[in-house]
Design a protein around this ligand. Structure first.
Ligand code: SF4
Length: 365
């Protein structure tokens, strides 16, 4: 028995037959999906009960989810947090684990993955302290240089890097990092600035934003925690941070999906958003029509500017970058139909619902 047979592998039978290539490709793709799922599950299991508690990253996220967590509402859909492939999040986790220790070494006087605790007193009407809300987390990096600073690593897709440069730090990221900074200050350690290191997950390119950390920023953090605590009294009425299943990846992976959108809510399916009362339909239809009226001229302008851009050489033009996706082939439906007919094969059909038309009603209609 040779070494391969001993390990349960077949002996050399020559090159793979070409017909087996697509089968093998699909099998490897599925294996990659299973690997991501297993990684996510292991990661979440390691977090244990902390998954359902409000953490610093959740402080800036969906307000309703934060309210559920603060209220101690048990997740209605825990499997959505465990059983997804969460590829981008997993890649981000791997980069954090490998990059942060060496990044810390490259900076002077830095500590990485430092656990912190934000403590915010909540006051009763008579001014006495009713309770203390405690939110835990772990800062990516704290350095003592330049009066003390908190640095957060954010791994993002390449398409987002230009947006960050143009629009600045996203508000939820600002809230999260201010939470770490406030917690560190509460310990008595100085924090004069906060920074975000946005990293393109594909190329490793980074874009850095630094802001002074002010007393107002600290106050805003405490105010948000107190507001969330108030909302936690009736979390089902807290403002939703995202649009809903089928429309937002956050909702599709949220462990409180059914709690938030009702027992029929399913990830990837927007039907649970449907309203049934006449006045609710009237409200949604009016907003839909108003938005169509706003978007229509913009769409036309977009079309015109698109035609003006044409297909120039990819590159930076002024303050925008113009690139083109890889060319690909698409099925020629018309030709495929002709061929099926030529060979006497019925063309397969699926039911299609008529288009939704929403127009202003005429008087007396
Ligand atoms: S389902 Fe969406 S809106 Fe509702 S709590 Fe979860 S993330 Fe927020």
């Amino acid at each position: 028995m040779n070494g391969m047979e001993a390990q349960g592998m077949a002996p050399d039978t020559g090159p793979l037959p070409l017909a087996a290539v697509p089968v093998l490709e699909r099998a490897l793709e599925r294996a990659a999906g299973r690997a991501f799922k297993a990684m996510n599950r292991a990661h979440q299991e390691q977090r244990g009960e902390r998954m359902w508690k409000l953490s610093m990253s959740g402080l800036g996220g969906c307000t309703r989810e934060a309210a559920y967590k603060l209220a101690g509402v048990l997740p209605s859909d825990p499997e959505l947090a465990y059983d997804t492939e969460a590829r981008q999040a997993m890649l981000g986790t791997i980069i954090h684990e490998r990059f942060l220790p060496v990044f810390g070494d490259a900076l002077a006087h830095a500590e990485v993955e430092m656990p912190v605790e934000l403590r915010v007193p909540v006051y009763a009407d008579d001014g006495s302290v009713e309770r203390e809300v405690v939110i835990t987390g772990s800062t990516d990096c704290y350095t003592h240089v330049m009066g003390g600073g908190v640095i957060d690593l954010k791994t993002i897709g390449a398409y987002m890097l230009g947006g960050v440069e143009h629009e600045g730090v996203r508000e939820e990221h600002r809230t999260q990092v201010r939470g770490y900074a406030t917690a560190i200050r509460q310990w008595g350690m100085p924090v004069a600035w906060v920074a975000w290191l946005y990293m393109d997950r594909a190329s490793g390119e980074v874009m850095v934003h630094v802001e002074p950390f002010t007393a107002e920023a600290e106050q805003a953090t405490e105010d948000r925690v107190r507001w969330l605590w108030k909302l936690a009294a009736t979390p089902d009425t807290a403002p939703r941070g995202h649009r809903g299943p089928g429309l937002s990846v956050e909702c599709d992976g949220c462990a409180w999906l059914k709690e938030c959108f009702g027992p029929d809510a399913e990830p990837g399916d927007s039907r649970s958003l449907q309203v049934h009362a006449n006045e609710d339909i009237a409200y949604a239809a009016r907003r839909y029509r108003e938005l169509l009226d706003e978007i229509g001229p913009l769409e036309k302008d977009k079309e015109m500017y698109g035609a003006m851009i044409g297909r120039p050489k990819p590159g930076v033009y002024g303050d925008v970058t113009v690139t083109f996706g890889a060319s690909s082939e698409k099925t020629d439906g018309k030709r495929a139909e002709e061929l099926l007919r030529e060979y006497g094969i019925d063309v397969p059909k699926t039911a299609r619902r008529g288009n939704r038309n929403v127009r202003w009603a005429r008087s007396g209609e």
